[in-house]
Design a protein around this ligand. Structure first.
Ligand code: NDP
Ligand code: MG
Ligand code: MG
Length: 340
């Protein structure tokens, strides 16, 4: 098995003398900044004036412009939306980089797909938590953590690995496990996971199941509970003890149905299309499409998002969740959607 590192394997001293700039204060940014500060590190947040600036100040953090924070920091972690990173980097970060600084990412997209090309005299590495930012924060507060990957792209100082591990420990990932990766592996597996399984695959599976029941004349409320609400309860069992643990808890009838019908729904044609999705990621076709979509001000993204938000499952779900006070109702502010 690949070596997994934990807190006791990591000496964080190498990061203690350094100033860390967290650029962005969204899903990942707020979690990294607060966790690192509470772990005893010297943190400044780099932002533009606006909502995040006010929030970070309210949370007791030192906040400066991206350029100022980058200039005074030794370690610069870029936690802006991937599509905004290249322009902010060019304008406000690159001119403030000094030899021996660290340029850090939580996802390899912009380095791997050549959207950011750093100078040779800085360390470039990634520390990528394998979970949504809000859980990076919540689990840290609970004394636990979210696992993370680290990967070195450029080691100008000879210390990149030590600093990356200290950073990962600082955000709490040393409590859960830290694994080595490369920018290529992290970028390709992250994109594949969110597209084929975690977000895209699951959302379509849920909708297809819901629509099948509703079109057959069953009540939408029943279909919602069956195909969306209960998914969390099933996934919690998988999370705690794998597929075997989930199958231990369900009835033998459900388990037999799982064995018989699961492979009929998710068959070899699905796997063949998963391979196509992976190929588009590996060849850069997906990345190119996303970069161009952003340059065009997101026409397709906007149209699809509007249609998705109007799906019957969303309307029924909202009404039902309103009646379940224990389900935290997420009236998602447009930009607070947890991406993965
Ligand atoms: P968010 O969309 O949550 O980040 C938004 C933040 O960026 C806000 O604070 C926003 O400030 C700020 N921002 C946006 N544009 C600018 C700008 N031009 N200048 C200054 N600040 C700006 O990002 P995520 O946390 O989702 O993603 C950050 C990185 O982490 C990405 O590389 C992503 O792939 C990676 N990642 C994300 C995960 C997640 O859980 N979301 C999981 C693992 C990795 P304002 O309020 O001013 O708009
Ligand atoms: Mg991702
Ligand atoms: Mg991910």
């Amino acid at each position: 098995m690949t070596k997994v590192l934990y807190n006791h394997d990591i000496n964080e001293e190498v990061l203690q003398s350094k100033k860390i700039a967290i650029i962005g204060y969204g899903s990942q940014g707020h979690a990294h900044a607060l966790n690192l500060k509470e772990s005893g590190f010297n943190v400044v947040v780099g932002l533009r004036k606006g909502k995040s600036w006010d929030q970070a100040s309210e949370d007791g953090l030192e906040v400066k412009t991206v350029a100022e924070a980058s200039k005074e920091a030794d370690v610069i972690m870029i936690l802006l939306p991937d599509e905004n990173q290249p322009s902010v980097y060019k304008e406000s970060i690159e001119p403030n980089l000094e030899a021996g600084n660290s340029l850090v990412f939580a996802h390899g997209f912009n380095i791997h797909f050549n959207q950011i090309v750093p100078p040779a005299d800085v360390d470039v590495y990634l520390v990528a938590p394998k979970g949504p930012g809000h859980l990076v924060r919540r689990t840290f507060e609970e004394g636990a953590g979210v696992p993370a990957l680290y990967g070195i792209y450029q080691d100008a100082t000879g210390k990149a690995k030590d600093i990356a591990l200290a950073y990962a420990k600082g955000i709490g990932s040393g409590r859960a496990g830290i694994l080595e990766t490369s920018f290529q592996e992290e970028t390709e597996t992250d994109l594949f996971g969110e597209q084929a399984v975690l977000c895209g695959g699951t959302a379509e599976l849920v909708k297809a199941g819901f629509e099948t029941l509703v079109e057959a004349g069953y009540q939408p409320e029943v279909a919602y509970f069956e195909c969306l609400h209960e998914l969390k309860l099933i996934v919690d069992l998988m999370y705690e003890g794998g597929l075997e643990n989930m199958r231990h808890s369900i009835s033998d009838t459900a388990e037999w149905g799982d064995f018989m019908s699961g492979p009929r729904v998710i068959d070899s044609s699905v796997k063949a299309r998963m391979k196509d999705v992976l190929t588009d990621i590996q060849t850069g076709k997906f990345a190119q499409g996303w970069i161009l979509e952003n340059q065009a001000n997101r026409p397709r993204y906007t149209a699809i998002k509007n249609a998705e938000n109007n799906h019957l499952i969303e309307k029924v779900g909202k009404e039902l969740r309103d009646l379940m006070p224990f389900v935290k109702q997420k009236a998602i502010k447009q930009k607070e959607v947890v991406s993965n």
